[in-house]
Design a protein. Structure first.
Length: 412
């Protein structure tokens, strides 16, 4: 015999109506403020040219983290397929039970070699890596000193640990030094910063941070999600960019942006730190292993970028072309001059959304960012260049921005 499943009508708890009213009010507030976010549905692979569900017309994507153009690269996709055939689809286990395959250890070694570190530990995402490191390494005798604009995942990770929390003004080295002085009595201090800040495209001055860390005997942690694979002379990241490779104690980064764009993250650094994380890091101990397809594809990615800077160099060329022309057109741009995150500053949230919608009509896919993702009054369209963009596609985007910017009064 077999069991027949029947669909039952969903009921609601007695408390739901009150909760629903609270939630509805918040949603209505977001809609009235122009900050309510709607998801566009993409029906193609992630490429410079994509299609959305509302139109048969292809549009150019200028807002993906696909910095090296590897998200749908044929060699990366083939490596994923080959790995499914050789190692299966999933592992149905955490790492320490029966979820570690040879390919996981191989990838951890490759990541460590790429960053010139001792060892690496993989996580399902960099959000998990950030959630898993601070409570393991720091306790209530310690202090964490964090940049004011660090990513939400860093903030959430710090909240999980019992260390004293100090926040220094964004990129302000004088304020960082004051916080270091104020925490001198702690057992250990850790300076925590994004290498590159995702919403603004600006870069932490790691040379100065390392100098302060050495002067005041502090550890340095960096999140390299928007740097790994393409920033620095050979794409090793912000530490390479500032010439402080080997002086960063803990590096967290992702496999989900430049390195193929799927999922997965990691912590790489001192051997003792990695050893302790394997024993105590909760997101590692209680989350499934990174899927074999992602691991196999990521192994291929590191092979592709470890000894060849062709993709990184093309990205740098595209970035220079876009920034120079957009600045000349009169747009206010944020971020470092040589980083492919190029925020086009708009100010008003509703105007940023309207401009993004008009750009889609012109064939350019971008998104307006507003509060609470960025401060109120600092809405922007965050553009991101890719090595897969052709110079002609970059020029097309520049022309579309210029046309729409004049139409909406953003530029003259």
């Amino acid at each position: 015999s077999r069991t027949v499943l029947t669909r039952t009508r969903r009921g609601f708890s007695s408390a739901w109506q009150g909760t629903k009213a609270i939630i509805d009010a918040q949603i209505d507030e977001a809609k009235e403020a122009g900050t309510f976010k709607s998801e566009r549905v993409i029906v193609t692979p992630m490429n410079p040219e994509i299609k959305v569900s509302t139109s048969d017309r292809a549009v150019l994507n200028f807002c993906a983290n696909n910095y090296l153009g590897l998200s749908d690269h044929p060699e990366v996709a083939k490596a994923a397929i080959d790995t499914i055939q050789s190692h299966g689809f999933g592992l149905s286990s955490v790492r320490f039970i029966c979820g570690t395959q040879d390919i996981h250890k191989k990838l951890e070694r490759k990541v460590a070699q790429f960053h010139s570190t001792d060892d690496t530990i993989l996580y399902p995402s960099c959000f998990d890596a950030n959630a898993g490191v601070f409570e393991v390494v720091l306790n209530d005798q310690d202090a964490v000193i964090s940049d004011a604009l660090n990513h939400a995942s860093i903030i959430d990770g710090i909240r999980l640990c019992k260390a004293q929390r100090h926040r220094y003004n964004h990129l302000d080295m004088s304020d960082l030094e004051e916080k270091l002085k104020a925490s001198m009595t702690c057992r250990q201090r850790m300076i925590v910063t994004d290498g590159v800040f995702s919403m603004d495209g600006d870069v932490a001055p790691l040379d100065k941070i390392v100098e302060l860390a050495e002067r005041y005997n502090a550890l340095v942690f960096i999140d390299e999600c928007h740097a790994t694979g393409f920033f620095g002379k050979t794409g090793r990241g912000t530490d390479e960019y500032f010439g402080v490779t080997g002086k960063i104690d803990i590096i967290n980064s992702t496999l989900g942006k430049a390195l193929g764009g799927a999922t997965g993250g990691y912590t790489t650094g001192r051997q003792e730190v990695i050893d302790l994380l394997r024993q105590r890091s909760r997101p590692y101990l209680f989350s499934n292993s990174v899927a074999p397809a992602v691991v196999g594809a990521s192994n291929k990615v590191f092979d592709m970028i470890s000894d060849n800077t062709e993709l990184r160099d093309q990205l740098a060329s595209n970035t220079a072309q876009f920034r120079q022309a957009m600045g000349s057109a009169g747009f206010t741009l944020s971020g470092a001059a040589d980083h492919p995150i190029v925020p086009v500053m708009i100010g008003d949230a509703a105007l940023a959304t309207a401009m993004a919608d008009r750009l889609l009509e012109e064939g350019v896919y971008v998104i307006g960012f507003s509060y609470p993702v960025v401060p109120k009054g600092a809405a922007r369209i965050r553009t991101q260049l890719s090595a897969a963009h052709t110079p002609e596609q970059v020029e097309f985007a520049i022309n579309a921005f210029t046309k729409v910017g004049k139409e909406l009064g953003v530029i003259n």
